[in-house]
Design a protein around this ligand. Structure first.
Ligand code: ZN
Length: 447
């Protein structure tokens, strides 16, 4: 049993908002945890909330006690061996209320490998976390050129079939590249002022793609903090349509559940999941969340996406034709985005919560795809998924530079750093679906 030594401190503004009532932030007093199971009170010092000796009293917390505070209405978090009560702050976390809850009652950093911290410090010193405005501007220019080119072609050549097919492809490329750019702006600050960054993120996600920023943030950041961990990662919560990993197939098989013939899931992955992920699943989920949670800003911005399409394409295709064009483009973009995002996680380890450190949590659940100019462009640098997951706020133009350091750190700690060709990565999605299907079949047909 591990013990936590802490002290109560009032109104620390770094974790808890100014207007919050004093919150029990319980500091550790020395490095060696005591192990006698009893709380301990230290010599008291007065707290002024901003002085250098804000100590009041020292308390010991047992892991059992900390773990009891893992409910949404009462959550404690351990960071650097200090205990924080984050209950009232959790709702206001920019990543959504679930982000902190997934860590409640556990030690978020104590097991972090010191080497990993060292690596991070090194990369910070190497300036690897500052974004190049030029790089991301070029990406935005690429998107705008594709959009304008599509419209100019239509205006010049008319709305015949060959031109319609042509502009659909141009718009598809623009949409996929917008997905990658919104991912960048969602993760990091490209501009010095975060205000401009939020605006840019809204512009790309809502206006260029017609999807809700807040919906995506809340969904994606849960995936980042607990990749492939069931049921915390929304990206692998795909049942009952699909069964992934080995826990879900066994559970369904043993309970004799067969909503769909899972034996053929790798086949309907092509027919259902690939083309319908973006136009149906993501689009509906985004609209539902925006509406139910009353994200007015997002709703207004997303409306501007549809208004722009109707103004630009309405005169050529009419209202119904423009709606068809919007969905045709989403339909074409879908397999692209689905493959790129799934290839890095579906074939990797999936498990329930094992309370591992950050480095192993991320590396076990993530794989890379080989670097090349085309692969980098085609995947929006998500081929460096391991680096992206270890350092989510690092701009993607730096992944290639830091990859060798990450690779050697993994080697040192016996973590497998998986890096494969892009076609093998696409094939592995299907192979892992087949494998899960076989596990389900064994359990289902077992008498
Ligand atoms: Zn991400």
């Amino acid at each position: 049993m591990m013990m936590q030594i802490g002290e109560k401190q009032a109104g620390n503004g770094s974790l808890v908002g100014k207007n919050q009532p004093p919150v029990g932030e319980k500091h550790q007093a020395n490095d060696k945890p005591e192990a006698n199971g009893k709380a301990e009170v230290s010599p008291k010092q007065e707290a002024d909330g901003k002085g250098d000796t804000p100590r009041k009293s020292l308390n010991l917390y047992s892991w059992q006690e900390i773990q009891r505070h893992n409910q949404e209405a009462d959550q404690w978090l351990v960071i650097n061996r200090k205990v924080y009560d984050v209950t009232s702050w959790a709702d206001r976390h920019p990543g959504g209320h679930r982000v902190l809850h997934h860590y409640a009652g556990e030690d978020a950093t104590a097991q972090l490998v010191e080497d990993f911290r060292e690596l991070r410090r090194t990369l910070e010193a190497m300036n690897m976390f500052s974004a190049s405005l030029g790089f991301f501007s070029l990406h935005l220019i690429q998107i705008l050129i594709l959009e304008v080119l599509a419209w100019l072609m239509l205006w010049h050549f008319g709305n015949g079939w060959p031109i319609t097919i042509c502009i659909s492809f141009l718009l598809t490329i623009s949409q996929a590249q917008s997905s990658f750019l919104q991912h960048d702006t969602g993760h990091l600050s490209i501009f010095k002022k975060s205000k401009w960054n939020h605006l840019m993120h809204r512009f790309v996600m809502c206006h260029l793609k017609g999807l809700s920023v807040k919906w995506w943030n809340h969904r994606h950041f849960q995936h980042h903090i607990k990749p492939n961990i069931y049921p915390k990662d929304p990206d692998i919560d795909v049942g009952p349509l699909f069964l992934v990993g080995d826990l879900q197939p066994l559970k369904y098989g043993k309970k004799k559940i067969k909503y769909i013939d899972y034996e053929k899931q790798h086949l309907y992955f092509y027919m259902v999941a690939l083309p319908l992920l973006m136009p149906v699943y993501f689009n509906l989920q985004s609209m539902q969340v925006m509406y139910l949670r009353r994200y007015w800003k997002d709703i207004v911005w997303v409306s501007s996406f549809y208004i722009r399409y109707f103004i630009a394409f309405g005169p050529f295709y009419g209202i119904f034709g423009t709606i068809l064009l919007i969905y045709l483009v989403k339909f074409l973009e879908s397999p692209w985005i689905a493959c790129v995002t799934q290839m890095s996680h579906i074939p990797m380890k999936m498990s329930r919560e094992e309370n591992r450190d950050w480095l192993s949590t991320q590396v076990l659940a993530t794989c890379n795809v080989e670097q090349s100019f085309f692969n980098d462009w085609f995947t929006g640098h998500l081929n460096f998924q391991i680096e992206h997951h270890l350092f989510p706020t690092m701009p993607r133009h730096n992944y290639q530079k830091v990859a060798p350091l990450v690779r050697s750190l993994c080697a040192k700690h016996g973590l497998q750093y998986v890096n494969k060709p892009i076609l093998k990565a696409f094939g592995d999605i299907v192979r892992s679906l087949k494998k899960s299907a076989a596990l389900w079949m064994d359990a289902y047909y077992e008498t």
